[in-house]
Design a binder for this molecule. Structure first.
Ligand code: GDP
Ligand code: IMO
Ligand code: MG
Length: 428
């Protein structure tokens, strides 16, 4: 299996965890390259159900080396609890390696994330409040503290003093919030060095050596294309590069190392947090999709907003990620509908857009009218037991082929349930 980048093609929660776990068997390394514990990736196999936030979803296989790459922001408290959770469940984390260059999420990042959201009021982004944005701000501002710094008490103290000198003033003078002391954070964070020390690695070097040895790497994206800091619905995005282009920078391999890009696409769309969502359904159909699809956040428990499939977005994702393949997930959730709508273009101010508009004001609810085509459903058929494309009801086959045609990318995997085996392979 050639090296592959797996990315979310919508607003996250497309089923990346399930598909990563499913295809991991064919890879030697599974690498997270961006984001942090804002991700919530669900992996279900038999009686085992995992909700992974930081550790790559390939961790269930003994032969795989899970890698947390340099582009990830790491909250050591979450890392520690996730390692403990997995090991309690009999899943070893001995092979896990973490980039020495990954940045740390500090307690003040979390405080500042919450404070910034409160300040925005009704304009809030709806972040996961895990300190992701403030940690990436410090990285870009060159004041971040990295994994390697945690292993040297003197350096850690020095960097922390410099950081707190400024952060405490912001917390106190701008937000009127409690401040942190150097000793308080040192006391909490230094013990995490023991989990990190044996696992810290020059991961770029490890991955490049692996490629030279003919090993195969799966890059597991978090969040999704429309949450990407550059290509998403800014400012309602996360602070990292969730698109396929983030895999090389977030892991230290060159772009030529990547052979395939698999976009994870839900058969409808969900979004958590604020921001425009042209095909959002604020009616009983939206409620039904949310109920049948179990659309509640893995990390925050928040109810996900639901809507019809948007082919404009899918085509955009195909472009900005160079998708070679699509995994279509949650097709089974549509089995409760009489007919299914797909948005094929937007209309705004008398203009029709069949591509994602450059100016995002076009896709705001007061401006945009989605143009839909309606397809017959397969109501009443339980497709969760189908294991070949031909076993699917004819209308379900037609829906998949219709999406393929609208997106221009082959659907190579179809998920018909949350379990690893509830899957149809179609030329993957
Ligand atoms: P991720 O963040 O992209 O990994 O997705 P999440 O794990 O946050 O959300 C996807 C949810 O859908 C999880 O609860 C999965 O167990 C579930 N899921 C994944 N694929 C399917 C599918 O094909 N059908 C159904 N019914 N559920 C699925
Ligand atoms: P996975 O990997 C869905 C959303 C938040 C918010 C915005 C910014 O499970 O698909 P942040 O905390 O990152 O600063 O929040 O991004 N968001 C996600 N939505 N799935 C995710 O991850 C998300 N990670 C962040 O809801 O709107
Ligand atoms: Mg998720």
């Amino acid at each position: 299996m050639p090296s592959t980048v797996l990315v979310g093609a919508q607003w996250g929660d497309e089923g990346k965890g399930k598909i990563t776990d499913l295809i991991s068997a064919d890879f030697d390394y599974v690498v997270r390259f961006q984001g942090g514990n804002n991700a919530g990736h669900t992996v279900i196999h038999g009686d085992t159900k995992l909700a992974l936030r930081l550790i790559p979803s390939g961790v269930m296989y003994e032969h795989i080396t899970p890698v947390i790459g340099n582009g990830v922001v790491v909250d050591p408290r979450v890392l520690s609890s996730e390692v403990a959770m997995l090991e309690e469940g009999g899943i070893s984390c001995d092979k896990l390696i973490i980039s020495c260059d990954a940045h740390l999420i500090m307690p003040y990042h979390i405080a500042l994330d919450g404070a910034a959201e409160t300040r925005l009021g009704r304009h809030e982004i709806g972040t996961t409040k895990n300190g992701i944005g403030p940690a990436y701000q410090d990285k870009a501002g060159r004041t971040g503290i990295r994994i390697q710094d945690l292993l040297d008490e003197r350096i850690f103290r020095e960097k922390l003093e410099t950081a707190l000198d400024y952060k405490n003033q912001v917390l106190d003078k701008i937000y009127g919030l409690p401040t942190f002391t150097v000793d308080q954070i040192m006391e909490e964070y230094l013990p995490f060095a023991e989990i990190i020390r044996p696992r810290m690695a020059e991961t770029a070097q490890v991955l490049n050596a692996a490629l030279r040895d003919g090993k195969n790497i799966l890059f597991e994206g978090a969040q999704g294309t429309l949450l990407d800091i550059d290509h998403g619905t800014y400012p309602f995005v996360t602070s990292s590069s969730c698109c396929a282009g983030g895999a090389p920078t977030g892991s230290g391999v060159g772009p030529k190392a990547i052979d395939r890009v698999l976009g994870i696409v839900k058969a409808y769309i969900t979004r958590v947090g604020s921001g425009p969502f042209p095909t959002e359904l604020k009616d009983e159909t939206g409620e039904l999709l949310g109920k049948v699809g179990g659309e509640f956040g893995v990390v925050t428990g928040r109810k996900r907003r639901c809507g019809w499939f948007d082919a404009v977005i899918a085509r955009y994702a195909a472009d900005v990620n160079s998708l070679t393949d699509i995994a279509l997930t949650k097709l089974d959730v549509l089995s409760s509908l009489d007919t299914i709508k797909v948005c094929v273009a937007y209309e705004a101010d008398g203009t029709t857009y069949d591509y994602f508009p450059m100016q995002h004001s076009v896709i705001y609810p007061k401006n945009v009218t989605p143009i839909y085509e309606e397809l017959p459903g397969w109501k009443g058929c339980d497709i969760t037991g189908c294991r070949t494309f031909e076993e699917l009801p004819e209308n379900a086959q037609r829906y998949v082929e219709y999406l393929e045609e609208k997106i221009g990318v082959r659907v190579s995997i179809i998920a018909v349930g949350p379990d690893r085996n509830q899957t149809i392979f179609r030329g993957w």
